[in-house]
Design a protein around this ligand. Structure first.
Ligand code: AMP
Ligand code: GLY
Length: 418
């Protein structure tokens, strides 16, 4: 098979690394890719928002399968465009991708299908939203409805801060169109679990439950980020919780989307929070998580191309999905200044890593033959071993082997699970 992966982050390097291991692969392309994916296949500098260009490329290179990594191309209808031209493309169509691209859609959808989630109200007018703040009787979170690269969720500390946040979004248009509508939602507390699942539109098979670390600093302090590290499987997510998540979240979501005439084929990601009153959905994503993919795929034994093909042929039940025993831990190496204003252009030095440790690239590029930093999150160093404790030990024992000026990372990834 000739395969094209869309995207350029750590998730896409992990996808490329896994696809590269398939005996079915003939040639792999990544658009646009990064310095890490260049070692798995051929990077191509395509403008992925230009569907006609991507279609032409797929015809020319006889691409048998396109795998879409990020949410923006899904929301822009890349799967509709390519499959309309007869090119096989893995991911939800635009209408189903609304489950991630519109938080207003996702919340209303959850209510229609009895999927447990936080109480909420939605607003497009500033005055109405402010009036709601006066009467709401629960602590709140404010969310821009549209895609905002993980920055659209604000946890205001005071009513004043809530008001100024609403003003920035609805009047100042801080998130542009993504903030045309906002969700004001009940603030919940508890441990969070990322549960991704493969689905063919009818059947659902969960992947290993993972935990992400969103805050910049040790002890879950500092600002929110795209994710500073993750581990899987999450021991807190015992089998009773997995059953509950399947029955009360994943199956009703996939059935609901199909019954509403927008079947979802791809990876459905439920962001869950385990509250005192039970499990609740914080969000859905319509794609692989980042950095969750960097820990889940190294533990996947089955050929990813077999699973993806089964999803697209409505035959997910026919494949047996096998996982390695043990656990994986990923620690993100970020640039100085991340998440506010990250440095870039720093040359990276590498030492050889042992077989159970891999350095997935995110914000890197090749410049004059050197690998240089090119973004906030630069690498995800991932180790897998027979348990979380040994994976933690191996990842931190080797983390100094990837170095650039100003590197910052958390020292306590997965500590919660030990
Ligand atoms: P989301 O993109 O909706 O998952 O939100 C990003 C992060 O904001 C989550 O991973 C949580 O840490 C936090 N968050 C979102 N919604 C809530 C909520 N209702 N209560 C508490 N924290 C939340
Ligand atoms: N790790 C969070 C996300 O992929 O959205």
């Amino acid at each position: 098979m000739n395969v094209l992966i869309i995207g350029s982050g750590g998730r896409e390097h992990a996808l490329a690394w896994k696809v590269m291991q398939s005996p079915r692969l003939t040639k792999l392309y990544i658009a646009p890719g990064n310095a890490g994916t260049a070692a798995c296949g051929e990077n191509v500098p395509l403008d992925v928002s230009d569907h006609a260009t991507v279609t032409r490329f797929c015809r020319e290179k006889r691409i048998d399968l396109v795998i879409v990594g990020p949410e923006i191309p899904l929301a822009e209808g890349m799967v509709d465009a390519l499959s309309g031209s007869g090119i096989r493309c893995f991911g939800p169509k635009q209408a189903a991708a609304q489950i991630e691209a519109s938080k207003v859609f996702a919340k209303d959808f959850m209510i229609r299908h009895n999927i447990p989630t936080a109480r909420y109200a939605t607003f497009s007018g500033f005055d109405d939203a402010i009036r709601y703040l006066e009467i709401v009787d629960y602590p709140i979170v404010i969310k821009a409805s549209g895609l905002a690269a993980g920055k659209g969720v604000i946890l205001p500390a005071t009513v004043e801060e809530a008001k100024s946040t609403l003003k920035e979004i609805l009047v100042g248009r801080a998130f542009g169109e993504a903030g045309d509508e906002v969700v004001i939602e009940e603030r919940l507390s508890g441990q969070e679990v990322s549960l991704m699942a493969f689905t063919d539109g009818t059947s659902v098979v969960p992947m290993l439950p993972a935990q992400d670390h969103k805050r910049l600093l040790d002890g879950d302090n500092g600002p929110n980020t795209g994710g500073m590290g993750a581990y899987a499987p999450a021991p807190i997510f015992a089998s009773a919780l997995m059953n509950e998540a399947m029955e009360s979240v994943l199956k009703p979501a996939v059935d609901g989307l199909r019954n509403e005439g927008t079947p979802f084929v791809g990876v459905l990601y439920a962001g869950l929070i385990l509250t005192e009153d039970g499990l609740r959905v914080l969000e859905f994503n319509g794609r692989f998580g980042d950095p969750e993919t960097q820990i889940v795929l190294p533990l996947l034994e089955t050929d990813l191309l077999d699973i993806i093909e089964a999803c697209m042929d409505s035959k997910l039940n026919d494949v047996v999905i096998r996982w390695k025993n043990g656990a994986a831990v990923c620690v993100v190496l970020a640039s100085k200044g991340y998440p506010e204003k990250a440095e870039s252009g720093k040359v990276v030095a590498f030492d050889a890593l042992p077989e159970n440790v891999i350095c997935f690239h995110a914000g890197t590029k090749i410049d004059n033959g050197n690998i240089v930093t090119a973004g906030g999150r630069v690498f995800g160093v991932t180790a897998w071993a027979d348990g979380i404790a040994s994976a933690v030990r191996d990842v931190y024992a080797n983390i100094g082997k990837v170095w650039f000026e100003g590197v910052q990372y958390r020292k306590d990834i997965a500590r919660l699970a030990l």
